[in-house]
Design a protein around this ligand. Structure first.
Ligand code: ZN
Length: 341
């Protein structure tokens, strides 16, 4: 995580130490987050679907350009290639180093076991130049889709992809104009190693910037949506998102949202996309005890086990399942917080 910003907060007579992880610090400085955190849309199904799209677009592109990524699932691209040629697709996904030029160098000379297997299956000589050309097209397509998705996202939520901490960051790859081998800028030499051509075409790409990836994958959007909702409740005094807090044991805990009520009570807020079972609930209780918090609020998008709900209630731990039905959720949260006081 690297460098962290440390601070403390007074609650009653106690002083709580908290830190902001570096990636969070960078995220907080983005203008688009400031704009988005004021948005009503954060807890809606539509917003979730939109960021899921961006996440998938980014994963698809990475799967095509990053060595070692092809073996991981990239559903949409897999379907496209598979429908064209099952064996070809599986051959491509069995190679983990497309970008580093292994396709360009190896297959024509070195008939590995995999290669001969597919040659037998295909019954013809594999046209590697065609494969490389197809990969290049797939990369262009995946990049265009991601760009379009990000553009629509920015327009829809009134944010702009400008400034130092952008949503997308540029990357450039190079493709040999003759044999379609793909190289990174630091690997490029005057001549193509595969075909000796010196004609390169630049392939400008965009990928999700690290703060944006963190925003999506670590459920930061959910935390901001929940904290926005809490800020509008009558008992709200203060809260902060995504900090690390020091427990009385000396152990640091990552807390999604830390809430302080007007009456001085301290609440931990957990936001999750996963199902919450009894075990998770007991972990939350452990955190709460170590941080001497008065209550816990749990927001789950995938449901909560009835026993976990029952267990939680005993210890002032309140769970909310209907996270994406914003109006109903608001009422429920208000009712619960009234009880907490
Ligand atoms: Zn070449």
């Amino acid at each position: 995580m690297g460098k962290r910003t440390e601070a403390s907060i007074e609650i009653g007579s106690e002083r709580f130490i908290h830190k902001i992880p570096q990636i969070r610090n960078r995220l907080i400085q983005t203008t688009w987050l400031k704009k988005l955190s004021k948005s009503e849309a954060l807890l809606t199904k539509e917003f979730e679907a939109d960021i899921r799209n961006l996440e998938e677009g980014n994963r698809n592109l990475r799967a095509l350009i990053e060595p070692g990524m092809q073996e991981k699932a990239f559903p949409e691209m897999a379907v496209n290639l598979e429908s064209k040629n099952d064996a070809l697709y599986r051959y491509i996904s069995s190679l983990s180093t497309i970008v580093s030029g292994e396709i360009a160098k190896a297959p024509e000379i070195d008939p590995s076991a995999t290669l001969s297997f597919f040659k037998e299956r295909l019954g013809t000589k594999i046209d590697f130049m065609a494969i490389r050309r197809e990969m290049l097209e797939a990369i262009r397509l995946a990049n265009a889709k991601l760009l379009e998705g990000a553009d629509q996202f920015c327009k829809k939520y009134g944010v702009s992809d400008q400034g130092q901490l952008a949503i997308l960051i540029p990357q450039v790859l190079y493709a040999c104009k003759k044999c379609y081998s793909i190289k990174r800028a630091n690997e490029i030499s005057v001549q193509c190693k595969a075909c000796k051509s010196d004609q390169w075409e630049s392939l400008p790409l965009s990928m999700l910037a690290e703060p944006m990836q963190h925003f999506i994958q670590s459920n930061v959007w959910l935390e901001y949506g929940v904290s926005r909702l809490l800020r509008k409740t009558p008992i709200f005094k203060d809260c902060c998102e995504g900090h690390i807090w020091l427990g009385k044991s000396g152990i640091e805990h990552e807390i999604d949202v830390f809430l302080i009520t007007k009456s001085g009570k301290v609440g931990l807020v957990e936001c999750t996309r996963s199902f919450v079972g009894l075990n998770e609930m007991m972990v939350f209780k452990g955190k709460r005890d170590d941080l001497r918090a008065d209550f816990v609020l749990i927001f789950s998008m995938s449901g909560i086990e009835p026993d976990a709900v029952k267990f939680g209630r005993k210890y002032q731990m309140y769970s909310f399942e209907r996270i994406l039905e914003v109006d109903g959720l608001k009422e429920e949260v208000n009712r619960t917080l009234e009880v907490i006081g």
